[in-house]
Write a protein of this length. Structure first.
Length: 354
């Protein structure tokens, strides 16, 4: 009986000596060999880039180590895609497939499916991409007692912009900040998006909410009112604050749009209400703040005329700095929140494509 037990142990274990030849017997590493090849899940690309309204494929394939087969055939393959939150502690269900059964979840319903170009292809196709689709996705493949995962990041081409309402700076709690971004055709920005914007030159001294609940701001030109002139450039972090009671500005993120953004040629300047009606009469709607930033950043839209926007602010986009039109930098210039009833300006409109 003892001999039989010894033979069984020999069949599943071997000892690997420590690289140091003088190591003692008890310092050896023992490996356990499981029956059958190990399941491996691989993402051919760690990052995928797309844009709002587009279609994208998040790559994921599975193999068995030392074989080229997709599965052993003894168990059904289960594929599960989830979206990871910023802290990896929570996951949002996206899609599950097992055999002929398929299920998509939440706002992904009807927009996601597996590519299945081969037996071992678990790549996820997302159609009609939305701003909130940005983020990290986990592909998990399960076969019997074996499973493995891979993570893919979906990045969107877009622009981050700071936003504060008519009430002035530091008047939004986290939930109000989320709504404010949505109302301006955008979503609350992530830290990664703000960091990329900072690397592209975004400099803003007012602290704003980010999607993880932190409050931060990007500085490219250190100065006294913004942390001191002797500090290094970077994204300054205020930390995490009470989402209900604490009040700050917000950083929003928007991408391209399916429509036409334009300055309405009109014989006279307009009050806010007249501007709203003028866009409607032209078959459009008064444009939102996110739309003017997207047109400026992604399309190079340039106009020196100040115009009303949907939130009651007046702004104009400058892509080619020149005298009397933002001579020092390309930017969306902010005039303010003028009196809606008495101040007269032009208007920016947006006409969506069907």
């Amino acid at each position: 009986m003892k001999s039989l037990l010894f033979l069984v142990l020999i069949s599943v274990c071997w000892a690997e000596p420590h690289p140091d030849n003088s190591s003692l017997e008890h310092e050896r590493i023992v490996h356990i060999q499981e029956n059958g090849p190990r399941l491996l899940v691989v993402a051919e690309q760690a990052k995928i880039f797309s844009h709002r309204g587009g279609n994208v494929t998040l790559p994921c394939k599975f193999y068995h180590e030392h074989t080229s087969t997709a599965g052993s055939g003894t168990h059904k393959i289960r594929v599960k895609w989830t979206k990871l939150t910023y802290d990896y502690l929570k996951e949002v269900d996206v899609f599950v497939a097992m055999g002929h059964h398929r299920k998509s979840y939440g706002n992904y319903h009807g927009r996601v499916f597996l590519r299945e170009s081969s037996e071992n292809d678990a790549s996820l196709v997302i159609t009609n991409i939305k701003l909130e689709d940005y983020g990290r996705y986990k592909c998990e493949v399960i076969e019997g007692l074996e499973d493995d995962t891979a993570v893919v990041t979906l990045n969107l081409e877009g622009v981050v912009f700071p936003y504060s309402p008519r009430l002035g700076r530091y008047n939004l709690n986290f939930h109000e900040a989320e709504r404010a971004c949505v109302e301006q055709d955008s979503v609350i920005a992530s830290f990664d998006q703000l960091y990329d914007a900072w690397r592209s030159g975004l400099d803003w001294c007012n602290a704003g909410w980010l999607s993880d609940g932190s409050v931060q701001y990007p500085i490219t030109k250190p100065r006294e009112p913004c942390g001191g002139k002797n500090t290094v450039p970077g994204v300054r972090n205020y930390g995490f604050w009470d989402k209900d009671k604490s009040r700050y500005d917000v950083f929003c993120f928007t991408s391209n749009f399916n429509g036409r953004f334009y300055y309405l040629i009109h014989p006279t300047k307009l009050t806010y209400d007249e501007a709203v009606q003028a866009c409607l009469k032209d078959g459009a709607q008064i444009a939102k703040v996110g739309q003017i930033f997207a047109a400026w950043k992604l399309l190079g839209y340039d106009r020196c005329d100040a115009g009303w926007l949907a939130d009651g602010s007046v702004r104009y986009p400058i892509s080619r700095p020149r005298k009397r039109c933002s001579p020092s930098e390309a930017a969306v210039r902010f005039v303010g929140f003028p009196d809606k009833k008495h101040k007269l300006y032009g208007v920016y409109c947006f006409r969506a494509y069907n």
